[in-house]
Ligand binder design. Sequence first.
Ligand code: ZN
Ligand code: ZN
Length: 246
Amino acid sequence: MQAIMRKLGLWISSGFPSQCLLCSCTLQSSMLCNSCQYDLPHVYGQNICQQCGLRSDSLSSFCGHCLSHPPAFSRSFIPFAYAYPLDNLIHKFKYRRHLTSGKLLSQLLADYLKHYAQEHDDWIAPDVIIPAPMHWLRRWQRGFNQAEVVGQHIARELAVPLETNIVERIHKTPAQKELTRSERQRNLRRAFKIADKYREKIVGKRIAIIDDVVTTTATVRELSKLLMTAGAADVQVWALARTMEK
Ligand SMILES: [Zn+2]
Ligand SMILES: [Zn+2]
């Protein structure tokens, strides 16, 4: 935890607005003050299932549910619980298009991934990053796809190519947060499609799907199943935050 905080401190002093995005205290040149940085709902060091990202009592790296119902993605990297005050930043970014919050959140995820890569010799960077796609109508209504904005930043920071056209969302489903778990899963069946001309870009590739918040894993389960069925070698999930209630 100390090491990751120190690393985060490095970029945080590398220049930006002069107010903390959370408490509005005056800063020399950063987006977040040390105290707000520390108060973020980090999951680093906690017993977290490596696949679904939920807190787990299991001594294994995977929770009981993932062991009995394994998703098609091999693991997830999600640095935060979706909780106060991070939820406010995500809300500002997603629904009020506050791109500075988006930049801060993306950088926090990039630093988390870089830190993991430095600490683990078995880290293999993916061949391609694919942001969770949004239906064109929803994208038009919102004005942007937040997963794509995060993906662009991560792709630059980790020097991994980003592909936004490979997977398409073909059904405009109701907002997932209004649905129960089983409704979400049903709702998402056949919601995504891989255009035939892009299939060759997936075969044998290690793919990181990027999403903003993982809520039930329904979306990333469906997307990873589609990519693995199309011939991907491995799919991981990278996201900003995980809702922790089951
Ligand atoms: Zn602050
Ligand atoms: Zn799990």
